[in-house]
Design a protein around this ligand. Sequence first.
Ligand code: HAM
Length: 422
Amino acid sequence: MSLIKRPKGTYDIIGEDVPFWHHFENKAKESARVFGFEEIRTPILERTELFKRSVGDETDIVQKEMYTFDDKGKRSMTMRPEGTASVIRAFLENNLMSLGLPQKVFYMGPMFRYEKPQTGRYRQFHQFGVEIIGSASSKADTEIIWQAKYLIESLHLHNYNFQLNHLGCSSDRKKYKDALKEYYQEHYDSLCEDCKVRYENNILRLLDCKKPQDEELKEKAPKMTDFLCDHCSSEYQEIKRELKQLSIEFEENPFLVRGLDYYTGMVFEVKYPYADTVLDILGGGRYDHVISELGGKDIPAVGYACGIERILAIMKEEEVEIKVKPLSEIFVLGMCEEAEAFVMKIVRFLRRKGISVEHDLMGRGLKSQMKYASKIGAKFTIIIGNEEINNGIYVVKDMETGNQTSVESSWIENYIMDKLEE
Ligand code: HAM
């Protein structure tokens, strides 16, 4: 029978990758704690309508990338392509507003997008994200970027580049879109086929095209920042001033538009060179109308999400060292059948003390048990044979130095505990 393979664009997290995931998860949770964000966990499945109304009907995500199906009750369901919409749905459904504002939450988990798999791009990928709901202040924008920077630094990454833009209010964006239409109309024939569609449906997305001819056209295109009203312009200035005050470096990118339609003010992304490309490891911004679009009051919000796979790939490439604890600290080796009861006694005692201990489950001989003990990275192996039982003395082998010490059986637990604490 042929083996069943995992779906394209997915992968298994196994072996040496697992400590990297744990490391990231711990750092991410820690960074959230330091900034006062509380965890929220939402379902992976949501009503399709949720993403249509928030992420935007015209976006690539909604148009082409969602895993959508009818469930047995004929309801259209979607496996979440991102976390923000679900967070806002949960905020409204659970009346989190009644707990007071701002609500500051973080989330971590799998997202699904039917994209063409390539470097750093998967169909099931994982995000860590934070959202501040309820503050219209530039301080909330700064707080989000500050938190992102804190996380990246705590992971010991260095070559990152924060890019910042402001998408203005809806009347600013309308004026900007009109200007873009006018500009690109003259160059319509030289646009790539995708951009011709974007020209009609979602002109801002033209600025995201990576095709060389479109990149070249973009250079002379009108800039969003030239269309900001006084209010938006001074808000943008304030965010930049606060970031400078915090020594958070950034680059202004007046063409940064993001791939989701809900953004309304400041937007930002973090780029990172990786292999022969540059990866977006993180992106976010202000989305002040999503809550009202989803049936709530007019409540502002701002947040970001990062791609965990991309960050881990970069950490590996940069050889960031992480502490890897061996799975088991102790291996208890029985040399004969009579030793079995003694093996179990010690294993049980040490496990009750919370020490990770393994023993043979395969019926192996002395040599192979010793090999296994070193394979799992045990720090010590306790050896028990006939002689040891008769003399009431066990042998403890330090797996790093190879030194062996004889320890009285009644003292073995204390000896091991002391050794592990050293
Ligand atoms: P996004 O830019 O679509 O924003 O995704 C955020 C991050 O997720 C990206 O910067 C990237 O690192 C990672 N990512 C996206 N697609 C993939 C993929 N196919 N494979 C691997 N990684 C991927 C959002 O999702 C917004 N919800 C962010 C946000 C939160 N805005 C406000 N609050």
